[in-house]
Design a protein around this ligand. Sequence first.
Ligand SMILES: Cc1ncc(COP(=O)(O)O)c(C=O)c1O
Length: 407
Amino acid sequence: MGLFSSGFNVNKVREDFPFISNNKDAIYFDNACMSLKPKQVIDKMLEYYTLYTACGGRSHHKFSERVNEEVEKARLEVKKLINARSEKEIIFTKNTTESINLVAKSLGLRKGDEVIITDKEHNSNLLPWLRLNKDKGIIVKIMVSNQDNTFNIENFKRALTKNTKLVSVHHRSNLDGVTNPIEEISKLTHRNGSLLLVDAAQSVPSMEIDVKKLNIDFIAFSGHKMLAPTGVGVLYGKLELLSKLSPFILGGETVSDSSYDSYTLKEVPHRFEAGLQNYAGIIGFGEAIRYLKKVGFNNIEKQEAALNKLVTERLMNNSKIELIGPKDYKLRGNIFSFNIKGMEPHNVSSILNSSANIAVRSGAHCVHSWFNKHKLKGSVRASLYFYNTEEEALKFAEEVERIAGMV
Ligand SMILES: Cc1ncc(COP(=O)(O)O)c(C=O)c1O
């Protein structure tokens, strides 16, 4: 069931987003970087700041107990969202980047152990492994994608060896919107006796993910790309694996006791949540998930596809426009990433911004490695979300055509 009994109504949805009513002429197509926030999430954060502003965990008054209750409710929402077995498997972090670094720092990889990634990883899923290569001598294997930027399963099969300890791949690419076949990757990874970490920063906001069904060992994502406040992310891990990880930050609330020469760690997940937490953010995250579920992931996927179809059909045959990724919009989720021949990506995004009030991202999108390999300076990326409209998509396409006509 969608947000409205009569079905998904984008105009009704838009009424929930103060950004949209405060910026009536703006077209916001930078959702892969940061989503807008509905008033329900903003109100939930305000609730914390106005009704029960207190520490979680430590104190024993009613305000603190309310914080604990709300934080645990949010954890339960995350657990249900990805179908984890237990709330204990949900660690709140700052963002996807911290979640991946937590695994990299804590898994205990040793010299000669192999980690497989793809050639399209965000810096957050590349640099932690490169550092382990430098510091510990682990081997980072980078799988080359197909010509059209889709996942090459044969290359993956070849990359797996008895030394592969971890496969760490993105689910949906922030570069071009391509979704990797996680189910197949998971089967092959586990058949090889390796672990699977999924960078789901771009997929959790738009599609239903079942970590049990997909047999995912670790998954990382950020709240700010899925209607939640900035500064909150999640690391999910199978309980038996999290129990073996050694936390990489220690301090307040990570231990149940300490003396001058020893300490006793708290149970999972609390041993990983060091120091005072972003309570308002976590509580807002819980509300964002409730909101997304009311919208319905089937509606989100449908709206993203409808908008991407419009933009793609209008722009794909323009000889001045070079698309990044496969031609078929169905393979590119919510992303239309492109270059106009003869123009710098930043110039294109500046013109879109100044002439038509359209916000897109330009540059390397934190995937510098891919752009360097392809000898490109970057791209212009329009990333759509369920609250965007067909009128916006058409206006964007018209404006890009007009700019392409200038060269
Ligand atoms: C695929 C992917 N991975 C990781 C990240 C990093 O997310 P964060 O900056 O929230 O840590 C992003 C952010 O854009 C992303 O798109």
